[in-house]
Design a binder for this molecule. Structure first.
Ligand code: NAD
Length: 418
């Protein structure tokens, strides 16, 4: 059986720790999250009965600043998954050099089978249960799978009710009218596009000769698709949990987005257009394209399908979409993988801008936000790329190396309390 995401992340951490000769006293600390909270979340369902959901908030590290990481609602959420994602957040914030540690939260539930009122009650009760450990200086949640700006608004309101005033800095990814930042909703997809374009530049490739397939048509995938097309790339396939769409001549994203505006749960299912064929998620991952962007969930490229992957480059929009075994196979095949902690860091970078703007009560325009985002992402990409060239390591290994160097420097300066 393949390892779970936490075991995979520990393996990568251990391998890279050996390569960078990480101080064993620092290594042993980073192998465990600082704090794990498991909570019971009772919710009165619309028919009157009560269901108790399990929720988590894990803080991996607060060494470089407040812990930072999204909250997801999904039926497969486990403590190990949340621990892994929290560790990846520590490394992600370090690789782009923003002053945060790492955290993650989640509730094991299927929000697509719940009413909006049930999801609101779930969110408010979960917020109260994790309230002792979150806060603008301690741990700042954000949206992730099946949560959105609206969810962040409910969390912000719940915390504000208890504190007696509007608490803007407790979450990022808020609605614009509630102290959200311009560009935050698009930031992760934009970062995926920026890192892909930067890769193409390094390889002297033209975006207009580049085909792209994207798995997952949610916040990250749908925005990345639109921005890829805007750069001249040909987006030939997209998919969501209901299946995918394929057109070798390039998809008509505008009409797909029109369809998703009115379809059930904004799904791709039911979209029809001449020249566009249905395709399964499994088939999408094996398409002969230049760039494959997994932007759904973890463990999508495994030792079973990796040998058949034909894409030249994989840009990880999702967190942990490639298993450790698959990673090795892809490397042997010469497929370049831009790892999650670099490729999808655009979201946390603009979350950082949102937090800074909220603290200053001074808001920037979109141009300023997108240009700062690009500067930070290009700098991080270039640093990782030069290390891959110098050390002949994969981009994942180089990203971990840079991140670990920064985290361990912070720990050396702070020392170990007491
Ligand atoms: P989302 O809920 O908006 O979208 C997820 C998409 O994946 C949906 O289209 C869903 O139908 C699809 N999906 C779910 N299960 C699938 C499956 N088995 N096969 C194919 N498609 C499937 O979530 P999101 O915010 O876009 O997050 C997607 C990934 O990106 C996650 O791994 C998340 O952790 C990561 N991420 C998100 C952000 C962010 O700012 N939202 C930032 C960094 C990383």
């Amino acid at each position: 059986m393949e390892k779970n995401l936490f075991e995979i992340s520990l393996c990568t951490l251990d391998n890279v720790a050996e390569k960078v000769k990480l101080d064993p006293n620092i290594h042993v600390i980073l192998r465990q999250p600082e704090r794990e909270l498991t909570v019971a979340v009772p919710v009165r369902m619309d028919d009157g009965h009560v269901e108790v959901f399990t929720g988590y908030r894990v803080q991996h590290s607060s060494l470089r600043g407040p812990c930072k990481g999204g909250i997801r609602y999904h039926q497969d959420v486990t403590l190990d998954e949340i621990k892994a994602l929290a560790m990846l957040m520590t490394l992600k914030c370090a690789v782009v050099d923003i002053p945060y540690g790492g955290a993650k939260g989640g509730v094991r539930c299927d929000p697509l089978k719940m009413s909006r009122e049930e999801v609101i009650r779930l969110t408010r009760r979960y917020t109260v249960m994790i309230m002792p450990i979150i806060g603008g200086r301690r741990d700042i949640p954000a949206p992730d799978v099946n949560t959105s700006a609206e969810t962040m608004g409910w969390i912000m309101d719940t915390v504000s009710m208890f504190q007696g005033h509007a608490v803007l800095d407790v979450v990022t990814g808020k609605p614009l009218d509630l102290g959200g930042s311009l560009g935050r909703n698009e930031a992760t997809g934009r970062g995926v596009m920026i890192s892909t374009i930067q890769l193409l530049k390094k390889l002297n490739r033209n975006p207009s000769d580049t085909t792209v397939a994207i798995q997952g048509y949610g916040n990250v995938g749908s925005i990345a698709a639109y921005l890829f097309a805007d750069q001249g790339c040909k987006v030939v396939a997209v998919s969501d949990v209901t299946g995918g769409l394929y057109n070798p001549e390039g998809l008509d994203l505008e009409s797909i987005n029109e369809h998703c505006k009115i379809s059930e749960h904004h799904f791709l299912k039911g979209y029809k257009k001449k020249g566009t064929e249905p395709i399964s998620n499994e088939e999408l991952l094996l398409l002969d394209v230049d760039v494959l962007v997994p932007a759904a969930l973890e463990n999508q490229i495994t030792k079973e399908n990796a040998p058949a992957v034909k894409a030249k480059y994989i840009v990880e929009g999702a967190n942990g979409p490639t298993t450790a075994e698959a990673d090795k196979i892809l490397e042997e095949k010469g497929i370049i993988v831009v790892p999650d902690i670099l490729a999808n860091s655009g979201g946390v970078v603009v979350s950082y801008f949102e937090w800074v703007q909220g603290i200053q009560s001074f808001f920037w325009d979109l141009e300023q936000i997108n240009s700062h985002l690009e500067k930070i992402m290009v700098k991080a990409f270039d640093a990782v790329w030069s290390l891959t060239q110098d050390k002949k390591e994969s981009m994942r290994c180089a990203s971990f190396m840079i991140a670990l160097k920064r985290v361990s420097a912070a720990m050396r300066h702070r020392g170990i309390f007491p």
